[in-house]
Each structure stands twice: as C-alpha cells, then as structure tokens.
Design a protein around this ligand. Structure first.
Ligand SMILES: CCCCC/C=C\C/C=C\C/C=C\C/C=C\CCCC(=O)SCCNC(=O)CCNC(=O)[C@H](O)C(C)(C)COP(=O)(O)OP(=O)(O)OC[C@H]1O[C@@H](n2cnc3c(N)ncnc32)[C@H](O)[C@@H]1OP(=O)(O)O
Ligand SMILES: Cc1cc2nc3c(=O)[nH]c(=O)nc-3n(C[C@H](O)[C@H](O)[C@H](O)COP(=O)(O)OP(=O)(O)OC[C@H]3O[C@@H](n4cnc5c(N)ncnc54)[C@H](O)[C@@H]3O)c2cc1C
Length: 659
C-alpha cells in the first residue's frame, strides 16, 4: 500500500513535467546566463554531490565542535580537488558554492582577497595575494566591533604610527573596541584586514585598513598581544554554526608600516599622512563588492526554497476527494498559488537584477581604474538598496516556503529550517537593511533637491528627471505607475523634510517614510530590469512567454502588495488596483502547469537542495520515513534517561494508583 502510494507521487512529477509548455533545457540557459554557465555549474554540482566527504544530510545532528571540524575537512578536501583537477577560478567558486557549508574560505576569498585587491598598492598585492591564493595564509575581514557595526566611523581600534621603529601599534583601548563577528576569525584565520583609526603626528585620520598577522604560521597559536576566540553558538541547528565568527583584542601589537593598505592614502617614513586623489569612500569598496554578490546569492537561496515548495506542493494532496476519488494536489489551491508563485517570480526577478548589478559593478570598477568616479554614488545606491530589498524578501520567502510545506516543512530533513537559519543574517551582515535603505533615501533626497537646479539625474535615477510629467500624469503603463509612485514618495519626503527647522532633524523625523520611498525606488529598478530582460532575444520554445508571465506576476504582485502607496500617491486609481488583482489571478493559472518545470530549470542536484521534500524524483514519503530513523534519538529503542527519569516516574505513578 505504502509503496503504491509512493509510486503514484513519483508519477505526479513526471506528469507535471510532461504538461509544461516550454523547453526546460532552454530555460536552464536563460536562468544560468549561457550554455557554458549551465554546463560548468552542472559539472561542479555533480562533482560535489558524488563525493562522500561533502555529505551534509547529518549536519544538523552534529555538535558544534564536530560541525566545525567537518567544515575544516570539507574546505581542505575542496581545495585538494581544486588543485588536483586544476579547476579554473569560475569552477572553483562554483564548487565552493555547492559544498554549501559556511566557513572561513567564504571570507578568505569573499572579503580578505578583495580588500587587498581593492585597497592595497600594486606592491602590496604582489606580496600578499600569492600567499592568499595558495592558502599559505588564511585571511578574514575584521571591521565590526562589539560596540559598533553600522557606524563604521565610530570604530575604536587604533593604529598609531611610531616613527621611531617605522611601525604601527594596533591596540584595542576599550572592551567595546574588541573586534566581534568577523567570520573565520575565531579559529581558522592566520591574518586579517583590520579596520582601525589611523593616528599619526598626534592626529586621528579616521578608519583605515591594515594587514595584521594573528596566529603563528608554525603552530597556529595567537601571536603575542593578540587575544582571540569564537563568539559562541548562533541561531538554528547546523546552519551558520559551521562558521567561527570571532572576537579579537590587541594589546599594543606592532606591524610594519607597509602593512597599512596604502592605495587610498599613505603614511610616509616620517609619519606624514598623504591622501591620494581618490574619493575616501573607496575604503568601503569591499562592502560594495560583497553587497552585489549577496544580491546574486539571494536568487540562489530563494530559488532553492521555491524549488522545494513547488515540487512538494505538486506531491502533497489534501481534501477534494469525494467518494474515494483522488484528492487535490495542494498546488492546485488558489491560495497556495497566490502565496507561492510570486516567490517563484521573485527568484527569477532577483536572478536578472543580480546579473545586471554585476554588470554595473564591473562597469564602475573599470571606470575607477581610469579615475572616473562619476558612477560611484550609483554603485553605492544600487548595491546597498538591492542588497536590502532582495535579502529581506528572500528571508521572508524562505519562511513562507516552510509554511507552504505544512508540518513536514518544519522538519530539518525538509532543508528549509537550515536554509532559513543560514540565510536570515544576510538581512544584517554587510550592512543592516534599514541602515542601507536610509543610505538610498539620502541619495534620493539629494537627487530631488538637485532637480530644481536643472541637474539631470542619470542611471537608475534618470526617471526622476521626468518630474513634471510623472507628478501629474495618470499612469496607464505599468512601469510608469512604478516610476510615479517612487518619485512622488520621494518628493513628498523631500517636501516634509523641507518644512523642518533643519535638514538632519527633518530626515530623522521622516525616516520611516524615507525607508518606504527607498523600497519603492529599488522595486522600480527590479521591475525595470526584469522588463529589459524579457525584451531581449531569448531562444527556446515558450521560454520568453514564461519569463514574460513571471515578470508580470512580479510587477503586479508588488503593485498589489503595496497598493496603499500607489493609491496614496495617486499613481493608480482604485479601479486600476482592482483590475491588477484580477489580472494576477489569471496569470497564476498560466503559471500553474509550468510551475514544476520552472523550478527544474534551476538545475539543482538533490545534494544541493538538501531536502527530502524537494527531491527531483518526488519520492517524498519513503524518504521522509527513512530519514526519521537516522536521528541519533532513534539509535536505541528505549531512550537514554529512561532508567533515571521515566522509569522512577512511571513506577511512582503505579504505586500511587495502588494506594
Ligand atoms: C553562506 C552564505 C553566504 C552568502 C554570501 C554570498 C556571497 C558573498 C561573498 C562573499 C562573502 C562571504 C560570506 C558572506 C557572509 C558574511 C559576510 C559579512 C561580512 C560583514 O558583515 S563585513 C562588515 C560590513 N559592515 C557594514 O556593512 C557596515 C554598514 N555601514 C556602512 O556601510 C557605512 O558606515 C554607512 C554607509 C552606513 C555610513 O557611513 P558614513 O557614516 O561613513 O557615511 P555617510 O552616511 O556620512 O556618507 C558619506 C558619503 O559616503 C557615501 N557612501 C557611503 N557608503 C558608501 C559606499 N559603500 N560606496 C560609495 N559611497 C558611499 C554616501 O553616499 C555619502 O556620500 P555624499 O557625501 O556624496 O553624500
Ligand atoms: C552572521 C554574521 C556574519 C558577520 N560577518 C562579519 C565579518 O566577517 N566581518 C565584520 O567585520 N563584520 C561581520 N558581521 C557584522 C555585521 O556586519 C554587523 O552586524 C552589521 O553591519 C550590523 O551592524 P550592528 O551589528 O552594529 O547593528 P546595529 O547598527 O547595532 O543595529 C541594531 C538596530 O539599530 C538599527 N539602526 C542602527 N543604526 C541606525 C540608524 N542610523 N537609523 C535607524 N536605525 C538604525 C538597525 O536597523 C537595527 O535594527 C557579521 C554579522 C553577522 C550577523
């Protein structure tokens, strides 16, 4: 009976796949970006999935110590494979992604190396990068302190130049100046890029980066004057606990002068501070780089959750049978569709805006090389804003996917609890989302204030130049409604701030509204980039149509969810709002037969998904049943503790009942 039932579920996914109205292989290419991208990702995913060292199904059952050791083992094994197989940078980075276990390597490659590349001189790069590339040193990014994370200018660690010895003295003057949070710092790193206040000739020049060795390269013990360790267990079982986020204190630790990252500014042998002719914000360049990669990462995390929820919703049946006929797949419920399909559309939306952001980042970097700083603000606003909007939406969506899977979604074996626990700090790290949106809002206010002086906004702000038209128009076209909403919200905020006695006070008072204006601006960017994508030539039977549908779903769902904004700003009439909702229902019906194929296009292996509910073959129930028995609690039939705590209790009850 159980076996028959399982076979029927497997057939269900086959039937879903057969019903799809587009070419899945071509959609894989549209999702990944090219045939090459599909092939290389597929190869790396299979390499990881087929290697027993990379097994991760027991991860949530490991103690913190075992989990950490497992992470070290996986990282070392991954490196061995990368070297043995002579993998390219692209292949190696994909391999690490598919290993799918947060660890020191993420910060080594993701922040330590980029910080040296972005802020080190050529000479410094020549010295340090080869060591890092060969893992002769392991580095992390030590910026945040116990007392300050968001307010980078408020950091307290000092780097005081000593002209007598030509050294900097790195010191933690207070408890709150202890470095706190850097990943890889707690147990693994030998070096760090440390951000500290540069003091020379008695003057504080603010925050600068320094390369500091922390541990002996012989026996890994902390160097004299360095105190360091792990900051303790974090949210969720397994999850981010594989990472050794650390604490670090310095007691007058000396480093040579040439370990200050000197691309942006220098200290001479005599102790003179020299500022290069580059904007000082380039100090924040590593954060900009990581924020853009976090946007690409959002679509990965979201698509994994959606893949699990869609496949399981096609398998799961509840109600709907009369006189013993088949029950309804929960995917057929309109409510399930209206909760799930916008998330599917968001995964595609974030994927494409992530690609565009990567293009923008590359373009800005090339301009910086030739000292063109004109697009720096645009890069900051787009990376900060998109990082904030996509990570918040993704964290919420993973939790929604858990609920969409009912009770079984709460099991670790569904993969969703761990995915959520690993993902949710993305709303905080690399800039708290609210803090980042307020940065976007500042730039919006600056842009609005310049409109009257005739300065034409450029890039993603260009629409604000159509101020006359957008403030008055009735919007018939979808993008125009998004533009009008964003602009009118920004202009409202600017007018309200203008009425305050001083600008800063006004900004502070209006910050909740500013946050919403920033979200509106960023959502406009996401919608615009999705539309631009579907206007491109996209090969493959039915692929463009599916993407067009998803683009409409994303835009109309966003519009529906924020209808209050559109109505309050007069960007849409209530009637248009109601029509949009009607339309959305029709679009869901078009997505329905394609849903399983649309998540197949992500091309994830079962290993990477890590979910019994999201299995490609749909064989969910036997897998769930089998998985339960693997829990250490089931190693014995009678639990440990029975003799101490259950038996005496039960015997006591027996005695009492005999009384
Ligand atoms: C396992 C899953 C991993 C998934 C990740 C996937 C991929 C990532 C790859 C690798 C990474 C690996 C693992 C990732 C895991 C964890 C990593 C976490 C690492 C960290 O977590 S690492 C610490 C990050 N910590 C922050 O993120 C602090 C946030 N806090 C700030 O960032 C600033 O502190 C701010 C901006 C709030 C205020 O700063 P402020 O007070 O100095 O500035 P102010 O507001 O006065 O602005 C003055 C002028 O600078 C401009 N401006 C500001 N920022 C700029 C920028 N970035 N670029 C260009 N211009 C900028 C303004 O627009 C203005 O311009 P103007 O003068 O023209 O108006
Ligand atoms: C898993 C994880 C990994 C990390 N890895 C690293 C790392 O490798 N290296 C590193 O240096 N750091 C790392 N960090 C630190 C991280 O970058 C900071 O935690 C982050 O920048 C937020 O700063 P905070 O903790 O000071 O938050 P706070 O700024 O203290 O935020 C607390 C609250 O105050 C609000 N708030 C703060 N300022 C304002 C404002 N101006 N206006 C309105 N509201 C405000 C925030 O919205 C939030 O609600 C990591 C953090 C985590 C969780």
């Amino acid at each position: 009976m159980a076996v028959d039932h399982a076979a029927a579920e497997v057939d269900h996914l086959a039937a879903e796949r057969a019903a799809a109205r587009f070419d899945v292989e071509a959609m894989k290419i549209a999702w990944a970006g090219s045939r090459h991208a599909v092939d290389v990702a597929d190869r790396m995913a299979r390499l990881v999935a087929s290697d027993p060292v990379f097994r991760k199904d027991n991860r949530t059952m490991l103690s913190r110590k075992d989990l950490f050791k497992d992470t070290l083992r996986k990282a070392a094994h991954a490196w061995k494979r990368i070297v043995e197989l002579r993998l390219t940078e692209e292949e190696a980075s994909l391999l690490r992604q598919y290993v799918d276990q947060p660890g020191y390597v993420d910060l080594h490659w993701g922040m330590f190396v980029p910080a040296i590349k972005g802020q080190g001189t050529e000479e410094q790069q020549k010295k340090w990068l080869p060591l890092a590339y060969k893992f002769q040193i392991i580095g992390c990014y030590a910026q945040t302190e116990l007392g300050h994370g968001s307010n980078v200018q408020g950091l307290e660690t000092t780097a005081t130049f000593d002209p007598m010895t030509d050294e900097f003295v790195i010191h933690s003057p207070t408890l709150t100046s202890s470095k706190w949070w850097p990943g890889g710092l707690g147990k693994a790193s030998t070096h760090a890029v440390v951000y500290a206040r540069l003091i020379t000739e008695g003057k504080d020049y603010g925050i600068h980066g320094f390369i500091v060795q922390l541990r002996s390269l012989e026996d890994h013990s902390p160097l004299p004057g360095v105190t360091l360790g792990d900051i303790g267990g974090k949210f969720g079982s397994g999850a981010y606990n594989s990472m050794d986020n650390g604490v670090l204190r310095f007691d007058h630790v000396r480093i040579p002068r040439d370990q200050m990252l000197m691309r942006l500014s220098q200290v001479t042998r005599e102790g003179k501070y020299v500022q290069s002719d580059v904007p000082k914000q380039l100090l924040y360049g590593t954060m900009v780089y990581v924020r853009q990669s976090i946007v690409a990462d959002a679509s990965k995390a979201l698509s994994r959750a959606v893949c699990i929820a869609v496949r399981y919703s096609a398998i799961r049946k509840q109600f709907g049978s009369q006189d013993g006929g088949p029950e309804t797949q929960v995917l057929n419920y309109r409510t399930q569709q209206s909760r799930l399909f916008p998330l599917l559309a968001s995964a595609y939306a974030f994927r494409f805006v992530g690609d565009w952001l990567n293009w923008l980042y590359t373009d800005v970097t090339q301009k910086l090389e030739v000292k063109d700083y004109s697009t720096l603000q645009e890069a900051h606003a787009c990376t900060a804003g998109l990082k904030a909007v996509t990570t918040s939406a993704t964290a919420d969506a993973i939790e929604e996917c858990r609920k969409l899977c009912g009770g079984h979604g709460y099991l670790n074996s569904s993969g969703l609890p761990e995915l959520f626990a690993v993902y949710v700090p993305a709303c905080t790290y690399e800039g708290d989302n609210v803090v980042l949106l307020l940065q976007v809002a500042r730039i919006l206010m600056k842009t609005v204030s310049q409109l009257t002086s005739g300065k034409q906004p450029v890039g993603t702000m260009a629409y604000m130049g159509k101020v006359q038209h957008l403030m008055q128009s009735k919007c018939a076209v979808k993008t125009e409604a998004f533009e009008a909403r964003a602009l009118r919200m920004a202009v409202n905020c600017a007018q309200n701030i203008g009425q305050a006695s001083n600008q800063e006070e006004g900004f502070y008072e209006r910050s909740p509204d500013l946050l919403e204006a920033a979200v509106a601006h960023i959502q406009l960017i996401i919608v615009t980039k999705f539309i631009e994508k579907v206007h491109q030539d996209i090969p493959g039977h039915g692929v463009k149509e599916q993407l067009q549908n998803l683009c409409n779903v994303y835009a109309l769902y966003t519009l529906h969810k924020h209808l209050g904004d559109f109505l309050a700003t007069g960007s849409l009439t209530p009637k248009q709002g109601a029509l949009a909702n009607e339309q959305l229902g029709k679009l869901y019906a078009q997505v329905r037969p394609n849903a399983v194929a649309l998540v197949d296009a992500f091309n994830y292996t079962d290993h990477y998904l890590g979910s019994v509910l999201g299995r490609y073959d749909g064989n969910v129930y036997p897998a769930l049943y089998e998985e339960a028995w693997k829990d250490p609690l089931n190693e014995t039939v009678v639990p440990e503790g029975y003799h101490e705590y259950l038996r005496p209790l039960l015997k006591q009850q027996l005695k009492l009942s005999r009384l």
